[in-house]
Design a protein around this ligand. Structure first.
Ligand SMILES: Nc1nc2c(c(=O)[nH]1)N=C([C@H](O)[C@@H](O)CO)CN2
Length: 117
């Protein structure tokens, strides 16, 4: 299966378990790989036959900016569910990086895979 990817997508949101995190937006950075058969789009040169990564990114940004979850676990699974149901993606891998959440570490977060390739 082919992969359409979106890397380094930075979004500001309310995320975290501590009091200050409930009122101060923080940045999460998403890297997303989405399986998709690009054969028909390559053959026809028509956007209708592929996964429009612009539409995907706009939907993710709107969802994450409006969300107010406590845990990164909850946020990343909700993003995966949204993509799997709304865009008919058979498989995806998401990396969510909550940069700066841990003093002394440049990166911290979660990687999940969902669906079948
Ligand atoms: N596994 C997790 N551990 C922690 C989370 C989380 O979402 N998942 N969150 C926090 C705090 O909100 C942290 O990001 C603030 O430094 C702590 N541990």
């Amino acid at each position: 299966m082919d992969i359409i990817f979106l890397g380094g997508l930075e979004i500001e949101t309310i995320i975290g378990i501590y009091d200050w995190e409930r009122t101060t937006k923080q940045t999460v950075v998403l890297d997303i790989e989405m399986a998709f058969d690009i054969a028909k789009a390559a053959e026809t040169d028509d956007i209708e036959y592929t996964l429009d990564y612009k539409k995907v990114s706009k939907r993710i940004i709107a969802f994450v900016e409006d969300s107010q979850f406590l845990l990164v676990e909850k946020l990343i699974v909700e993003i995966a569910n949204l993509l799997l149901t709304e865009f008919a993606i058979p498989w995806l891998k998401i990396t969510l990086n909550k940069k700066g959440a841990i003093r002394g570490a440049s990166d911290v977060g979660i990687v999940i895979e969902r669906g079948q390739k």
